[in-house]
Structures are given as structure tokens and as C-alpha cells.
Design a protein around this ligand. Structure first.
Ligand code: DQA
Length: 145
């Protein structure tokens, strides 16, 4: 059975590839969408990758995922460290939630060490570059099997 996974991305990740490439690498979010779609085909998972700079939009997409997705992979970007509202939205979702950070947030400024989303996430990946999205998708396949 084909599963559906929504891959959500928070603020500034539209600039992936151009934004601080020493930290986040050269790949763009389109590259991530393409590689996840290809891997998803092998895993029997249909992926939809979305990005917004707006907290409310991300919350609306989480609510929509309640009806349309079996699992959520989310890189909340800076909202990771600030948003109780995104945590509350994720708590309304019944399926698995995996949190991805491209950089190793624990090696960076102390304000990046705390994540509100981790209280809900079934797993967290940080510091694996954009490959973290594919690793999360593989884990999601296991969780949804
Ligand atoms: C990030 C880490 C966050 O601290 C930062 O605000 C981001 C990206 C990451 O993927 O490494 O925008 O979530």
C-alpha cells in the first residue's frame, strides 16, 4: 500500500543552497524534493515537500496533514526553538513525526539546543546535511510498515 508523507520546511529554507552554504551545504530545497520523491518511489511512499516562512501556514499544513498524510517529516528551522504553536499542532496529528535539522544544532549557539518540536517527534536527525531528509524517510518507511 502506498503511504503519503508530508515534508514540511520552515523559514529561510527556501534559500537553501544560497543561504550560509558553509553550514547548510550547496543543495537546494528542490534537490531535496527530487531526492525524496525518488527514494519514496522505492519505499512505496508518496512525498509532498512544502516550505513556508510563516508559522501559521505551517500550522495549517499540519492540520491538513491530519486528513492527507500518514506521517510528517518536519524541519521547523528557527521555529524549532520558539514555537509552542507548532508543537501543539503536531500534537493533533496521530501518525509518526520525524524532526530533521540539516546542521548539528547541538554544536551551534545555545539557543539552538532546545527544540519544542522534539517533545512530539518520534525521532530527531541533526547534522547529516540534507541527507538527513532521506534518512528520515527511510525511518518513516519502517514506522509506517
Ligand atoms: C535548522 C537549524 C535551525 O537552528 C535554524 O534556525 C534553521 C535550520 C537546520 O536545518 O539545521 O533555519 O533547522
Amino acid at each position: 500500500m502506498t503511504r503519503t508523507v508530508t515534508i514540511l520546511n520552515g523559514p529561510n529554507l527556501n534559500l537553501l543552497g544560497k543561504r550560509e552554504p558553509k553550514i547548510y551545504g550547496p543543495d537546494t530545497l528542490d534537490d531535496v524534493a527530487t531526492s525524496c520523491a525518488a527514494l519514496g518511489k522505492d519505499l512505496g511512499i508518496r512525498t509532498t515537500l512544502l516550505q513556508s516562512n510563516h508559522e501559521g501556514q505551517l500550522i495549517d499544513w499540519i492540520h491538513a496533514a491530519r486528513d492527507t498524510a500518514d506521517g510528517i517529516i518536519i524541519n521547523p528551522a528557527a521555529f524549532t526553538h520558539t514555537s509552542v504553536a507548532i508543537l501543539d499542532a503536531l500534537n493533533t496529528f496521530d501518525g509518526p513525526v520525524l524532526e530533521v535539522h540539516i546542521s548539528n544544532v547541538h554544536q551551534r549557539e545555545s539557543f539552538r539546543h532546545h527544540s519544542y518540536v522534539s517533545a512530539r517527534a518520534n525521532g530527531v536527525i541533526a547534522g547529516f546535511g540534507v541527507q538527513g531528509y532521506e534518512l528520515a524517510l527511510r525511518r518513516m518507511a519502517t514506522l509506517l510498515a
